[in-house]
Design a protein around this ligand. Sequence first.
Ligand code: PLP
Length: 478
Amino acid sequence: PAAALSCFLNTAECDMDGTFDNDLSKIVDMDRDHVWHHLTQHKPFETGAPRVIVEGKGIHVWDQNGKKHLDGVSGGVWTVNVGYGRESIANAVRDQLIKLNYFAGSAGSIPGAMFSERLISKMPGMSRVYYTNSGSEANEKAFKMIRQIAHKRYGGKKRKILYRDRDYHGSTIGAMSCGGQDERNAQYGPFAPDFVRVPHCMEYRRHEQDGAPEQNYGEWAAEQIEQVILREGPDTVGGLCLEPVTAGGGVITPPEGYWQKVQEICRKYDILLHIDEVVCGVGRTGREWFGYQHYGIEPDFVTMAKGVASGYAAIACCVTTERVFDMFKDDAEDPLNYFRDISTFGGCTAGPAAALENMRIIEDEGLLENTAAMGDYMLDQLNALKDKHKVIGDVRGKGLFLGAELVADRDTKEPVDEKLAQKVVAECNAQAVIIGVTNRSIPGKNNTLCYSPALIATKDHIDEMIAATDTALTRVFG
Ligand code: PLP
């Protein structure tokens, strides 16, 4: 197989011999000739062929050659939380589409109302759901709300939005302006003004931060955010946007004391806290519905997308508190006194219909509990691999959202050559196990292997992913 190619997590692989043992070869030709793949260099397709995924069931997918793969990354990008082939979701969507496929979001819908009520019941303190289509767009809605609040309440002054080094919030120019992954942003500037970067919070790499202490690192890292607020002027900062567990930036779990301090700082300076749950949300981190709920955070905005309907329909949400919502209806005389935003397909009925059934499945099948138990099991197995392979410098994660960072030297923590990390992914692919690696995010540090199987994963599935990784690491590093 050729080098791993496409996808956010760099999971797809090129079939260099270009032969197909079924009649899907025409489809592959159509794809190669006319489809522009996401995040993919197309040059290798001139001699090889793109991978086309044809079918999925449970935790497995089949490609154009009829080859079955264990999908260790839920559709490549942490999305298919309840697994493939869920007929009950397909039926819920079908029934809803026949009843009513669409009406603009200025009106309500039955699935929209029912899913909002259900979702809010899992999010104490939150109150309103604004529907949209993608994670990037959900984040843009939160930015616009924060900006509008700045204009309504603070004469436009408190409009800066802080974001963190290594975090990612989407692919639109607005979301990239709030993006802490330099390699992803390269060649797309200039970006929107008044988004300000704060330092990351990564215990494993704290040696890269001047003055980072060994004790109470979490609190110290949060204080670095406060330093930026003081430098910019607290009266200019309106929002802080963070991932609870950073995903594409390296699967970074927060150290103890971090979130408590962050919350304190937001309250102290009247800064709205925006939590990006696009990856962590809807069960991915286990036990809790959302990542932030592990850390006692009380956010003002929560955005979510991927796992909301597990990819059975396009749906994303920007969820706010009633306090935020109230700020948009406090002055009936003002003609601009509402959120002047629209998203044609946001809340399109298939989305909430699928999301409602997705949530029922997670609840009825005990998937939050399974995710916590299997996540702990997998973390143990990855740590055992770390004992065996010195190229693994660190193992991290929460629930079925795990990463293993590869380093050339455990003492200096120098990242392993990215090409070698990609080779490990390709070697897992060759064993019909799809894993990911953080891809094109932090220059020189795209070196973390990623695992995020569907929340239905069993010990057998995990053992298969671990065995494939073990073999792949031996093949690449000896
Ligand atoms: N936020 C996070 C944390 C993400 O990982 C992503 C996508 O991977 C996004 C936002 C953007 O979501 P979308 O690709 O649906 O626009």
